[in-house]
Design a protein around this ligand. Structure first.
Ligand code: GTP
Ligand code: MG
Length: 138
């Protein structure tokens, strides 16, 4: 089975939506095998989102992700990476399919409630950025 890194972003933790978002994951058959609430520094976010360094919204994105606590988690299941992205919905909530997390909860293209890894290599990298092997309990 596959694993993916998920982040419940500050806009969602501030509105107390962690449980509702986790219910969406579990209803889709994804198992939460690791989870912790942390408050990232802007520098720590910058490293995590380094691939977006040249994008015009990079600074805004780093400020936002460091503005309040996040919940980082590892989701496990068959095809977990694509299944999670399906449950999340499109980046821009205006384009997100009905019933997806972003359609229901996201506030804008930037403050869009969740992050999910986009490929097996990035999933492995992102999981190891936040979790030690012993913290993953399948
Ligand atoms: P992630 O799962 O968070 O990586 O989202 P994604 O893969 O759907 O989107 P992408 O990797 O293209 O962008 C990463 C994140 O940058 C998005 O989730 C948004 O939070 C933010 N972002 C993307 N486009 C914009 C934008 O036009 N403006 C702002 N402010 N933020 C953006
Ligand atoms: Mg992405």
């Amino acid at each position: 089975t596959e694993r993916t890194l998920s982040i419940i972003k500050p806009d969602a933790t501030k509105r107390n939506l962690t449980g509702k978002i986790n219910a969406k994951f579990e209803e889709a058959g994804l198992r939460i095998v690791a989870q912790k609430r942390i408050h990232l520094s802007k520098e720590q976010v910058g490293v995590f989102y380094a691939v977006h360094k040249e994008r015009p919204f990079y600074d805004e994105l780093c400020e936002f992700m460091a503005s309040a606590p996040v919940v980082v988690q590892v989701l496990e299941g068959e095809g977990a990476i694509s299944k999670n992205r399906e449950v999340m919905g499109a980046t821009n909530p205006a384009d997100a399919a009905e019933g997806t997390i972003r359609a229901e909860f996201a506030e804008s293209v930037g403050e869009n409630s969740v992050h999910g890894s986009d490929a097996p290599e990035t999933a492995a990298e992102e999981i190891s950025y936040f979790f030690a092997g012993l913290e993953l309990v399948g």
